[in-house]
Design a binder for this molecule. Structure first.
Ligand SMILES: Cc1cc2nc3c(=O)[nH]c(=O)nc-3n(C[C@H](O)[C@H](O)[C@H](O)COP(=O)(O)O)c2cc1C
Length: 213
């Protein structure tokens, strides 16, 4: 009897957990002991055009997003990537086979924005890249800059997004993953899919994959 109740409870818990992960992917804590010496990572950094199509393991995805723009000083709410006037204008959207997600850095989780495979839209005219398992798409919300003209805000947005992209570049180099930064993507269609406001700009994307053996 006890065994039956325990089995029922486990099944219910598993069902609840699955229901939660269908719209939210709870990420693992970053593995701070991972990766090679930083100077070796710089020596390895490059843009890869060939890579494996295998999905990223949860730990690799978790480490990638934390390195890209996670919270590294919880007491101050500050991030692994600096931002002009600490505006934290850049959001990282993750586009994978299962859908487009928004990285919530505070909760260190991915929230589903749109189910479905939109990797072709991120690949844009470079369709050969659509087989990458993960794309990190950097979106700046320029309304988070409290002063300056739109032209100045867009310059700051480009700098802030570029820094997040470079965090990804160094993370990938240091952990043996493949990445490629690109501004190519289908901006109007992605804006629609990601339900972006007029103040949110798609700046650039990085595909991330395992290297081809
Ligand atoms: C802002 C930016 C935009 C880029 N856009 C594209 C792109 O749209 N398509 C592409 O294939 N590569 C793109 N790249 C990658 C560059 O072509 C690549 O970094 C350059 O050839 C140098 O190669 P390396 O990164 O291996 O040093 C971009 C790089 C940067 C920094």
């Amino acid at each position: 009897m006890k065994k039956t109740i325990l089995t029922l409870c486990c099944t219910l818990l598993a069902t609840l957990l699955f229901a939660q992960t269908s719209t939210t992917i709870v990420l693992n804590q970053p593995d701070l002991n991972k990766g090679m010496n930083v100077m070796k990572a710089f020596a390895q950094r490059s843009s890869q055009s060939t890579f494996d199509t295998l999905s990223l393991k949860l730990q690799d995805l978790s480490d990638l997003l934390w390195a890209a723009d996670g919270v590294n000083r919880a007491d101050l709410g500050k991030r692994t990537a600096p931002s002009a006037m600490n505006s934290q204008d850049v959001d990282v959207y993750v586009v994978m086979k299962s859908g487009a997600y928004l990285y919530d850095a505070k909760k260190h989780q991915l929230d589903l924005v749109a189910p479905g495979d939109y990797r072709l839209l991120v690949a844009g005219r470079q369709q050969n890249y659509a087989i990458a398992p993960v794309f990190c798409v950097m979106v700046s919300d320029i309304s988070r800059f409290k002063s300056g003209t739109d032209s100045v805000k867009l310059q700051l947005a480009a700098l802030d997004a570029g820094i997040v992209s470079q965090n990804i570049g160094i993370f990938c180099a240091g952990t043996g993953l493949a990445t490629h930064p690109r501004t190519t993507m289908d901006v109007p269609k992605l804006k629609e899919v990601m339900k972006l406001k007029s103040s949110q700009y798609l700046m650039l994307n990085n595909l991330v994959a395992y290297k081809k053996e």
